[in-house]
Design a binder for this molecule. Structure first.
Ligand SMILES: *Cc1c(COP(=O)(O)O)cnc(C)c1O
Length: 221
């Protein structure tokens, strides 16, 4: 069933749009079934849980951090993830940079945008994004590859559209700055209920959990 879900979603995705399977709360068996169905990128929200999953799954897949990351967990995250989609401060970028220096690797990162400009929500305010990316471009072991956003959750995907559109506009603006050591190529937007709208608005990475694995019984955020 998980396998079929992956195949069904993959056939709907236009060329150039990549699927990230949001695997929080899922078992290694479930994730392996998704990989056997063709999933190549595993997204995770929690470092500890991702470490366990990572240790249990020895398949050649990519791992993306998609949850809020605290600087004090940057080293653990840098050890297992291939991309961190949720960088929202210079402090965090510097912590990842330092950890990756130690691992002799360069981490692709996305800047998480608080496109709804909601208080207490993760992500940077849209107007702060360009300046932050410019600052991050001086770090040699991280490389900004684009933007990620959640948008306010409403349940109605049409209500997410303006936030996706706004994030795409910001993405295009930052791209025209041609910042050094920065490659604005990835735009991560859309989840199970909103990915079609997100793709229409320019997403090329979609993060899908429920539609692959079924309803979550806990850890719904
Ligand atoms: C859980 C999660 C998703 C996937 O959500 P679904 O509604 O289950 O598809 C996508 N992005 C992030 C950041 C998540 O935490």
């Amino acid at each position: 069933m998980i396998k079929d879900n992956i195949k069904q979603i993959q056939t709907q995705l236009p060329e150039g749009v990549q699927l990230v399977g949001a695997a929080k709360t899922r078992s290694p068996e479930e994730v392996i079934e998704a990989i056997e169905g063709g999933l190549t990128i595993i997204g995770h929200n929690y470092v500890q849980e991702a470490e366990n999953l990572h240790a249990a799954i020895s398949r050649p897949v990519k791992w993306h951090m998609i949850g809020h990351l605290q600087s004090n967990k940057a080293k653990k995250a840098a050890a297992i993830f291939d991309m961190i989609e949720t960088v929202d401060s210079l402090k965090l970028a510097k912590a990842i940079d330092k950890a990756c220096n130690g691992f002799n690797k360069t981490m692709p990162i996305l800047l998480e945008i608080n496109s709804g400009e909601e208080l207490q929500k993760a992500g940077v305010m849209p107007e702060a994004a360009a300046r932050l990316i410019k600052e991050m471009s001086t770090l040699s072991h991280v490389k900004v590859r684009g933007l990620m956003t959640m948008g306010p959750f409403t349940g109605d995907p049409e209500e997410s559209r303006p936030y996706f559109r706004k994030t795409k506009k910001l993405f295009d603006e930052i791209k025209t700055l041609n910042l050094e050591n920065t490659e604005m190529s990835l735009l991560s937007m859309g989840m199970s209920n909103s990915y079609q709208v997100a793709i229409e608005e320019g997403a090329n990475l979609v993060r899908i959990g429920t539609k692959i694995f079924g309803d979550r019984t806990y850890g719904a955020s």
